[in-house]
Design a protein around this ligand. Structure first.
Ligand SMILES: Cc1cc2nc3c(=O)[nH]c(=O)nc-3n(C[C@H](O)[C@H](O)[C@H](O)COP(=O)(O)OP(=O)(O)OC[C@H]3O[C@@H](n4cnc5c(N)ncnc54)[C@H](O)[C@@H]3O)c2cc1C
Length: 425
């Protein structure tokens, strides 16, 4: 509920995704008036293609729980750990590195085709106004004239290019991976707890796979596994253009597994696609944009989520960032009381998020897009003998700021390896 000293603010959000719907619902709960304008209806989302693999780690899941937005938690498979495998370079299909470690608490992935329609209903149930409309500059002008704050959370929609690219914060200038997703059923379980299974194939790319909850029929849900392919551009995993039908897409997925990660092929060979829309292929340029857009009228619009902070999915942080950004913005909006949401507040709010959190996520994520430094290979190898190190690396996914302690320089990595090896001896 709203604090008695704080008037209800009138806030518009463009985009009904992870960031926009979460923040919208949380603001409504605190007595503010929120309009969300988005360009796809719940029915269109549900009947459309998958958009993401949307794996969310516990700290971000906790935000959803705190805000009463964890409607699928009981039904969704729980993923308890992280595994890392690296094949030997000789092409024999053996593993040079393999370990698995438990996360402090489980993570989950709920297909956005299930989650966003559900959250849209929740948003209107809480009293929000939801409009289906494609937003361009004229619509932003009209929203800005009628609201005290307009947040543009348009994800990867064209419109977000209106925010200028922040060159200093965006060192990677082109897509570094060809991405593809296959949502499947029928995968065999391995003989340890459920993991996000990372397979790093030097020079070729990465393959990761984990359980999720997806759509079934018109309104049902079912458990599935999501295969995520990250191919080095021009390499042997960058051949999705050849797959023009869902069947060919699945066939290509299995071919890649058979060639590069045969242990994953063995448990996937009988898989079927969840549905014809359970596939995706694309590329992303990792980009941090400026937080504020000035409209022709001079009015200001602030960015939220992927609109201004988009990473390659290689570390599975985008939905996590969007969720943590929603909490950060909520706290900043509440702390603002009755004062205007001016440009300096907008910039200060995003800068605090970036400098206090996101910068380290961006740095770690970008580091994985380039051939790994020798000390990183050593870290991943040593984790096989040192369970404490494996746990530390795995739990960094919860809050990647921890990697700043040891990931980026050889001396810190060596110190950590030494101390964890002694503990394991
Ligand atoms: C292949 C792939 C795999 C991924 N895997 C993971 C993962 O495992 N874990 C993870 O944390 N993240 C992952 N991500 C990233 C994650 O999906 C995004 O970071 C997250 O969805 C961003 O949330 P958002 O609210 O900012 O944007 P979105 O969820 O994309 O929402 C944007 C909204 O804006 C609307 N919109 C767009 N343009 C307009 C317009 N002009 N007018 C009105 N509405 C508009 C859209 O319809 C949508 O509702 C992955 C991404 C990809 C591509």
């Amino acid at each position: 509920m709203n604090d008695i000293h704080t008037p209800a603010r009138h806030i518009a959000i463009v985009g009904a995704g992870q960031a926009g719907l979460l923040l919208g619902c949380a603001l409504l709960d605190r007595g503010h008036q929120v309009t969300i304008v988005t360009n796809r209806s719940a029915e269109e989302i549900r009947a459309g293609k998958v958009m993401s693999s949307q794996f969310i780690f516990d700290p971000a899941l906790q935000i959803e729980r705190d805000w009463g937005m964890n409607q699928w938690e009981a039904d969704c498979p729980k993923t308890a750990g992280i595994s890392v495998s690296i094949p030997t370079p000789d092409g024999t299909g053996n593993k040079a590195v393999h370990w698995h470690a438990r996360l402090d608490a489980y993570g989950q992935s709920v297909d956005q085709r299930v989650k966003m329609p559900g959250w849209m209903s929740e948003f209107t149930r809480r009293g929000g106004e939801l409009r289906i409309e494609n937003v361009g500059i004229p619509e932003l002008e009209s929203l800005a004239a009628q609201h005290e704050l307009v947040l543009l959370a348009g994800g990867k929609g064209e419109i977000v290019n209106l925010f200028g690219r922040n060159e200093a914060r965006s060192p990677v200038r082109q897509p570094m991976r060809q991405l593809a997703l296959s949502y499947v059923t029928g995968m065999k379980r391995h003989d340890y707890y459920e993991c996000v299974n990372f397979n790093l194939i030097p020079g070729v790319g990465e393959y990761f796979v984990f359980p999720a909850l997806t759509t079934k029929g018109e309104n049902g849900t079912q458990a599935c596994d999501i295969m995520v392919f990250e191919g080095v551009p021009g390499g042997p995993m960058d051949t999705w253009g050849e797959a023009t039908t869902p069947e060919q897409h699945l066939e290509k997925s299995l071919d890649i597994l058979k060639t590069f990660v045969p242990w994953e092929y063995e448990r996937s060979r009988d898989c079927q696609l969840t549905d014809a829309n359970g596939i995706l292929a694309g590329r992303i340029t990792p980009t941090v944009r400026n937080a504020v857009l000035t409209l022709p009228s001079g009015r200001k619009v602030m960015g939220l989520g992927d609109a201004i902070l988009v990473n390659d999915p290689i570390t599975g942080q985008g939905s996590n960032n969007a969720t943590k950004s929603a909490r950060h913005y909520l706290e900043a909006i509440l702390a603002r009381g009755a004062r205007a949401f001016d440009e300096s507040w907008m910039n200060a709010t995003f800068d605090a998020l970036y400098e206090g959190y996101a910068e380290k996520v961006v740095r770690w994520t970008n580091s994985l897009l380039f051939p790994p430094a020798e000390h990183v290979i050593k870290l991943l190898g040593a984790a096989q003998q040192a369970p404490g190190l494996a746990r530390r690396i795995a739990n960094g996914f919860n809050d990647p700021r921890d990697y700043a302690e040891y990931w980026f320089d050889a001396a810190s990595a060596e110190r950590l390896i030494d101390s964890e090896m002694k503990k394991a001896a």
